[in-house]
Design a protein around this ligand. Structure first.
Ligand SMILES: *[C@@H]1O[C@H](CO)[C@@H](O)[C@H](O)[C@H]1NC(C)=O
Ligand SMILES: *[C@@H]1O[C@H](CO)[C@@H](O)[C@H](O)[C@H]1NC(C)=O
Ligand SMILES: *[C@@H]1O[C@H](CO)[C@@H](O)[C@H](O)[C@H]1NC(C)=O
Ligand SMILES: *[C@@H]1O[C@H](CO)[C@@H](O)[C@H](O)[C@H]1NC(C)=O
Ligand SMILES: *[C@@H]1O[C@H](CO)[C@@H](O)[C@H](O)[C@H]1NC(C)=O
Ligand SMILES: *[C@@H]1O[C@H](CO)[C@@H](O)[C@H](O)[C@H]1NC(C)=O
Length: 478
């Protein structure tokens, strides 16, 4: 069985506000860390200089994650909302191996000699190289402080960017960044528990019905009659066959997790427009009065599948092999999840609402090896970035919404005065980075205020330090 790997990013819940930008390309090394490979590739980045004070004004830098960079730009309205007050230059850089920033466009991810440069360390070096180039060549940017932003895996990158490159990045806003979702740091069940809590928020009945549905599905999978019934009752595009049970469970589980990730306070355009707080709406459909009648229970459960995949009413059948997140770089992310970004996940079906499945690293890495031929290094990210041992660093805001399952691996308490955790009780996946909206709950408005305040402090600190450095340099000269 291919073990469960979740995409981190709730990108398709697009606000699609149509921001303006110009597209550029920057040539950088495929391998920043050895002298064995001198290949270069072109990395895409997007720039908006409308509000920039080209005399040392700050650079707001989005550390691109696993997808086309344009999608992140469209879904990170916060940077556009606050750029005017800071007179900031906006830069979005595309992560290598995603979108059009492909070091080896014609080779497959199953060739480790070509795919092996897909690491967070290489991506951060790309970003440092790009910013160093921009500061050196863009008139007026030489003294510009850089504030990194990112959501989800991009948030992990933003935080680690500050940790590793404090001379390039003066501060970071790391939103819904599960930097602790790694082996020996966070229990594997934490994620499933948060999904379950989000579903239990409005009604205890909801996770109860979902929990019961697994046995009902198992029973239907036992007979051809059952499979035919389910395929027809759930209007599946392709009839189910008995060997697909594990994949089918995973498809449903991913849907529930996605529901929790995009539990936004306003209608968001996922596959089709979902209503505000979609988990609450979904749960309002479920009722726990089916007794032993599997078909009645699963007919009821279909209402929330229909809401997720067919909210416009224009869908003829349900594709049970896809979450419809095609614009995200699934393949690249699966490669990363197999090599460096190994995030243990498990369920027990008791303290969460999922089908019980233990975490088995041996099995997981064996699957990975079959797929990509590359080794798995579960302890690499903690080794290189330090896990939670970050107090030697500074100037990072970690924001986490409690509705968001990825908060399970987030930094949920402040580690120092300048490594600050901001909790957004009514927030889903990186809600704070999205454009402001009249339906925003007060807690996300407050989180954004805290983030703005810190950005102001970091910029002022840097400007002062830069002045002092010049002063000291001048003194030495005397
Ligand atoms: C920057 O974004 C704003 C808001 O979308 C837009 O009005 C402006 O034209 C953009 N500037 C550039 C240079 O694309
Ligand atoms: C990839 O393949 C395309 C089409 O075959 C070709 O035009 C292009 O030059 C190749 N690119 C590289 C980097 O090999
Ligand atoms: C059932 O699905 C599996 C995997 O998709 C496939 O290998 C198998 O041939 C299918 N069996 C039937 C009877 O269609
Ligand atoms: C989608 O919704 C429409 C309108 O409610 C309905 O007629 C149609 O059968 C639904 N499609 C599926 C696959 O359930
Ligand atoms: C993990 O999976 C391997 C290979 O499938 C198996 O041999 C082993 O018993 C499993 N370990 C546990 C703890 O279930
Ligand atoms: C963090 O520090 C603790 C205490 O020294 C140590 O046990 C742990 O292994 C460290 N974690 C990492 C990822 O280095």
């Amino acid at each position: 069985m291919w073990c469960r790997v979740l995409l981190l990013t709730a990108l398709c819940a697009s606000q699609a506000l149509g921001y303006g930008y110009k597209t550029y390309w920057y040539t950088t090394q495929v391998d920043h860390f050895s002298f064995a490979n001198n290949d270069v590739f072109e990395m895409k980045y997007l720039v908006n200089d409308t509000w920039w004070n080209g005399n040392g004004g700050p650079i707001f830098f989005y550390a691109g994650n696993e997808g086309d960079i344009e999608l992140f730009l469209e879904n990170t309205g916060f940077m556009f909302d606050i750029a005017p007050e800071f007179s900031a230059l906006i830069v979005f850089a595309e992560h290598r191996y995603y979108g059009q920033s492909l070091p080896y466009p014609n080779s497959s991810l199953s060739d480790p000699s070509k795919a092996g440069y897909l690491t967070s360390e290489q991506a951060l070096a790309d970003y440092a190289d790009l910013l160093t180039y921009m500061r050196a060549t863009l008139p007026g940017a030489g003294d510009s402080p850089v504030i990194a932003f990112g959501g989800s895996y991009g948030g992990m990158l933003a935080a680690w960017f500050r940790v590793k490159y404090p001379h390039v990045v003066q501060g970071a806003i790391a939103s819904s960044a599960p930097i602790l979702q790694f082996t020996d740091i966070t229990p594997c069940q934490a994620f499933s528990k948060v999904v379950t809590q989000t579903f239990a928020k409005d009604s205890e009945e909801c996770p109860r019905v979902i929990r019961k549905s697994w046995d009902a599905i198992d029973r239907l999978f036992e007979t051809q009659e059952g499979l035919d019934w389910l395929s027809s009752a759930w209007r599946l595009c392709k009839p189910l066959n008995g060997s697909e049970l594990a994949d089918f469970r995973m498809w449903l589980s991913d849907m529930y997790s996605n529901y929790a990730m995009i539990d936004y306070p306003y209608p968001a355009n996922f596959l089709s427009p979902l209503p505000a707080f979609p988990v609450k709406v979904a749960c309002s459909y479920l009722h726990d009065d089916h007794g032993d009648d599997d078909k009645s229970l699963l007919t009821n459960l279909y209402d929330i599948i229909n809401l997720y995949f067919n909210s416009t009413g224009g869908v003829d059948c349900i594709d049970s092999s896809s979450q419809g997140t095609d614009s995200l770089g699934d393949d690249g992310w699966y490669f990363q999840a197999c090599t460096e970004m190994i995030m243990p996940m498990c369920n027990d079906g008791i303290n969460d609402m999922f089908y019980p499945s233990p975490w088995n690293l041996t099995e997981y890495t064996a699957d990975c090896k079959r797929r990509y031929g590359a080794p798995s290094r579960p302890l690499m990210a903690p080794l290189i970035y330090g896990g939670i041992n970050l107090t030697a660093s500074s100037n990072i805001v970690f924001a986490n919404g409690l509705l968001d399952p990825w908060s399970s691996g987030g930094v949920m308490r402040s580690l120092s005065d300048t490594l600050v955790s901001v909790i957004i009780p009514n927030g889903a996946h990186h809600l704070d980075l999205r454009a402001s909206d009249p339906a925003d709950p007060p807690d996300v408005i407050e989180a954004r205020r805290v983030e703005r305040d810190f950005i102001g402090v970091w910029i002022a600190q840097y400007t002062k330090t830069a002045d002092n450095n010049q002063f000291n340099a001048a003194k030495r000269h005397w």
